[in-house]
Design a protein around this ligand. Structure first.
Ligand SMILES: [Zn+2]
Length: 274
């Protein structure tokens, strides 16, 4: 199997340099970026998160390389999902809800996403520290408690045709991630951020209720901001993960699943009919 990566949790700088993506295409190390719009944080002189419109623009410039995920605005209802689909969004990004992710008030959003076949990547667990004035809406949550991994489960059960992705590992609730991956066939994890390597080592060899190895339920990601001068650092994350599979994984069955983890699981999840 050829060696390359799909980054299933990527961000874009609003002031991105398109040459970076030309270089990524030339290098061939990353073949696809699931580019998540981020509209919950206020832009600062050193922090430039791209909006849905900018993510869509980058996807038009680099079709195939960039898969656009639109930002869910928790103040808006299901109609925003239809609009995002029309505009060209492939999937959706959920982060910093006002109420718990599984609050019934949000179910029309999930129902629309299921109908339109749009996967949703949910930020779960630990989140960047921000004061309320640093958020685009002061009622957005400032801590991880409204984004517990187990909240994804009630959505997974209610909408079995909806593809759901845990962004990160839900630290400090990795036991909830375990149960979520074990029980729900429409749930995957995109592993980045604060990675609990010990948990990963102990659980990649586990299996789900239906016998699917956990290493087929998890996908590589970096959570990097693309479009600036940090590409080498992102490549280091890819190299480290490959080394992790080669060296730590050599005494576990999951060590053979390196290419699945790096890109195969993501490719299959997109094609899967639930
Ligand atoms: Zn992120």
């Amino acid at each position: 199997m050829p060696e390359y990566a799909i980054d299933t949790h990527a961000h874009l700088r609003s002031d991105y340099d398109p040459h970076v993506f030309e270089k990524i295409q030339e290098d061939g190390i990353i073949r696809q970026l699931w580019m998540l719009a981020h509209e919950c944080h206020v832009e600062t002189p050193t922090y430039h998160p791209a909006t849905t419109a900018q993510v869509l623009e980058s996807a038009r410039l680099f079709p195939g390389l960039i898969l656009p995920f639109g930002y869910i605005n928790w103040r808006k209802g299901a109609e925003q999902i239809e609009k995002l689909k029309e505009q060209g969004c492939f999937g959706l990004k959920a982060i910093r809800p006002i109420y718990d992710y599984n609050d019934l008030r949000y179910f029309p959003i999930y129902e629309a996403a299921e109908k339109l076949d749009m996967p949703i990547l949910f930020h779960t667990g630990i989140i960047a520290r921000r004061r309320r004035e640093e958020l685009t809406d002061p009622e957005l949550c400032t801590g991880p408690d409204k984004m517990r991994p187990s909240f994804i489960d009630s959505i997974a059960a209610a909408f079995p045709q909806l593809k759901l992705i845990h962004g990160h590992m839900g630290v400090p609730w990795c036991n909830e991630l375990f149960e979520s991956l074990w029980y729900y066939t429409n749930v995957r994890a995109s592993v980045s951020g604060l990675i609990d390597w010990k948990w990963l080592i102990e659980n990649l060899d586990c299996r789900t209720e239906t016998g699917v190895p956990f290493h087929q339920k998890m996908m590589f990601s970096t959570d990097s901001y693309y479009g600036g001068d940090n590409l080498e650092y992102t490549y280091r994350k890819i190299n480290f993960t490959r080394e992790f599979f080669d060296r730590v994984g050599m005494t576990y069955c999951w060590g053979n699943a390196k290419e699945d983890f790096m890109h195969g699981n993501a490719e299959r999840f997109l094609l899967e009919k639930l």
